[in-house]
Design a binder for this molecule. Structure first.
Ligand code: OAD
Length: 243
């Protein structure tokens, strides 16, 4: 473990001369933009009922409640800006031939920071999707979405992945392939307890890959990391990404 010195310098050097890099991010990377994480002090799942707000059964029992919560979150996302951590990963993409950003976040901050090759494992809040026919409807800005009846008889739901649901297969396959070929995997701001996302670090990273964890706290992924940088994403990512 090394907060500054040699380990950080070694990661910076490696990133200067590498062909294939992936990053796996979680809600911690958006904390310094002002968005809450899910677990820990102030986390969303400390004050909100996950089974009510993030499950197909919860949506079936009270779609209005679910939409109200996601509309509030979308409005909160629109009021914050990407931070230095998001921007550093966007810069890294422009200097690495093969860069893939795999995120569990639904806040769109990586895209707003300029990242292009973004795989959103848990979907996004830019879209609603019909729960019967899978028709997609874009959601605009922070405007409340109330019109959730679809003409097929289904209901529009937020375009995110809920507990008990499979990840979108094409996104997952692309993420697994990217992580498998990565020479460096940056694991940033995730507690590493939600699967299958966490298994990208524990099972899909190549044995020879350099796994770097950036997180102020220890996680179950720490023991898989070759380098652990204890600190925040906005403080540390700009220091390992030059240029
Ligand atoms: P968690 O809330 O589980 O974990 C957030 C992590 O970010 C913790 O390990 C913190 O220590 C770390 N952290 C906090 N501030 C940080 C900072 N400034 N810089 C770097 N790290 C920081 O959030 P996720 O791992 O994203 O899924 O949670 C994974 C999934 O669980 C989410 O995508 C969501 C949730 O339920 C769904 O909704 C399907």
């Amino acid at each position: 473990m090394d907060e500054g010195g040699a380990a950080l310098e070694a990661v910076r050097e490696r990133l200067r001369d590498v062909r294939s890099v992936s990053a796996l991010t979680g809600s911690g990377i958006s904390a310094e933009s002002g968005l809450p994480t899910f677990r820990g002090a102030g986390g969303l799942w400390g004050t909100h009922r996950v089974e009510q707000l993030a499950s197909p059964d919860g949506f079936a029992s009270d779609p209005q409640l679910v939409w109200t919560w996601y509309n509030e979150r979308r409005a909160a996302h629109a009021q914050v800006e990407p931070n230095a951590g998001h921007h550093a990963l966007a810069r890294l993409e422009s200097s690495v031939p093969d860069f893939t950003l795999v995120t569990q976040n639904v806040d769109s901050l990586h895209r707003r920071a300029g990242s292009r090759n973004v795989l959103e494992l848990h979907g996004n809040l830019r879209e609603a999707r019909c729960n019967r026919c899978a028709d997609i409807r874009p959601l605009e800005g922070g405007i409340a979405f109330e019109d959730f009846e679809h003409e097929c008889g289904g209901r529009f739901r937020p375009g995110v992945v809920w507990f008990g649901e499979a990840l979108p297969a094409d996104v997952w396959e692309a993420a697994a392939a990217a992580v498998t070929r990565a020479e460096v995997l940056l694991v940033v701001g995730t507690s590493g307890i939600v699967h299958p996302a966490a298994s990208l670090a524990t099972h899909y990273a190549a044995p020879r890959a350099l796994i770097v964890e950036i997180n102020p706290e220890a996680t179950p992924l720490s023991e898989y990391a070759d380098v652990v940088l204890r600190g925040t994403a906005a403080a540390l990512l700009p220091r390992i990404v030059t240029g």
